[in-house]
Design a protein around this ligand. Structure first.
Ligand SMILES: CC(C)(COP(=O)(O)OP(=O)(O)OC[C@H]1O[C@@H](n2cnc3c(N)ncnc32)[C@H](O)[C@@H]1OP(=O)(O)O)[C@@H](O)C(=O)NCCC(=O)NCCS
Length: 252
């Protein structure tokens, strides 16, 4: 089992963590040279999974994760909680589906009565709770890849973004997206991608692109590559390709 180093940076129990792979403890703490007195934490792996460190964390990588209250985009310091799909039990599943069913009301959204995803399940999810701990905001994240110019890019695909009607217009989506983007950057993703309304995501740094195609099937069962406008955010300093970008699999 890998061993990790962790430090709670401000002394509180559910706040900012500096996390290093143990192999990098002496040399690669470039982003936070002030970090000192790191200690080995025996339950670090469990805490990492709670914080959202992906299981495929590469060695020698440096992760800096927040509980998302620190992001400058999260102006109200809203607490955004990472909820790995693997941790969702029956009660949580029902609560998530209740929110999705409340927020998404088109005929095709009836799928949420039976499952907590629209097309494909996703491993990552962020939620916001109200004062009574009820989930009032939700966003899922797919682990995806896109291909362009013979290159492959890691993409975090945001899906099922929603806020309970009683809590809209307070910046909750902005807070969640800020948190997710920080996490995707920390995990080495190249782009965040979603299919949604530009006016919701523009102020979070997402731009509309019109060169994406995904796998679609005609009613007769023939496969083809369908174009679809998408919202994209560059996370790793790599510009979004200008040629056609292929997203293998369905739209999410
Ligand atoms: C869309 C939705 C997620 C927005 O949630 P929210 O918490 O109210 O959004 P925020 O307060 O964080 O606002 C984020 C941005 O979207 C804008 N926005 C949100 N709702 C809007 C609306 N109905 N009309 C115009 N702009 C809107 C806000 O002005 C803000 O932009 P700004 O920073 O430029 O001012 C919520 O209304 C919802 O759940 N709708 C039903 C499900 C849905 O459509 N999901 C989105 C799929 S793309």
């Amino acid at each position: 089992m890998p061993r990790y180093l962790t430090r709670n940076c401000d002394g509180s129990t559910n706040a900012k963590y500096e996390i290093l792979n143990s192999k990098s403890e002496t040399s690669t703490n470039h982003q936070s040279p002030s970090v000192q007195n790191l200690c080995v934490c025996s339950d670090a792996v469990r805490r990492f999974s709670m914080l959202g460190v992906p299981p495929n964390m590469p060695s020698r990588a440096h992760y800096k994760l927040w509980n998302c209250t620190d992001s400058p985009m999260n102006k109200n310091k809203t607490k955004v909680e990472y909820l790995p799909d693997a941790s969702v039990d029956a009660a949580l599943d029902a609560e998530i589906r209740r929110l999705l069913t409340t927020c998404f009301t088109k005929p095709q959204d009836a799928v949420f009565k039976d499952r907590r995803y629209f097309v494909e399940p996703y491993p990552h999810r962020w939620v916001i709770r109200d004062a009574r701990s009820a989930i009032i905001a939700h966003a899922g994240v797919h682990e995806k890849a896109v291909e362009a110019d013979g290159r492959r890019f890691r993409v975090g695909g945001l899906a099922e973004v929603c806020v309970h009607p009683n809590y809209r217009g307070r910046g909750l989506v902005k807070a969640m997206v800020a948190c997710i983007d920080e996490w995707l950057i920390a995990c080495g993703y190249d782009f965040a991608l979603l299919f949604g309304e530009p006016y919701i995501y523009q102020s979070s740094g997402y731009v509309l692109v019109n060169n994406l195609v995904y796998d679609e099937v005609t009613p007769a069962g023939e496969k083809y590559k369908a174009p679809e406008p998408a919202m994209v955010k560059e996370l790793a300093g790599i510009p979004w390709p200008t040629t056609q970008v292929y997203l293998p699999g369905p739209k999410f």
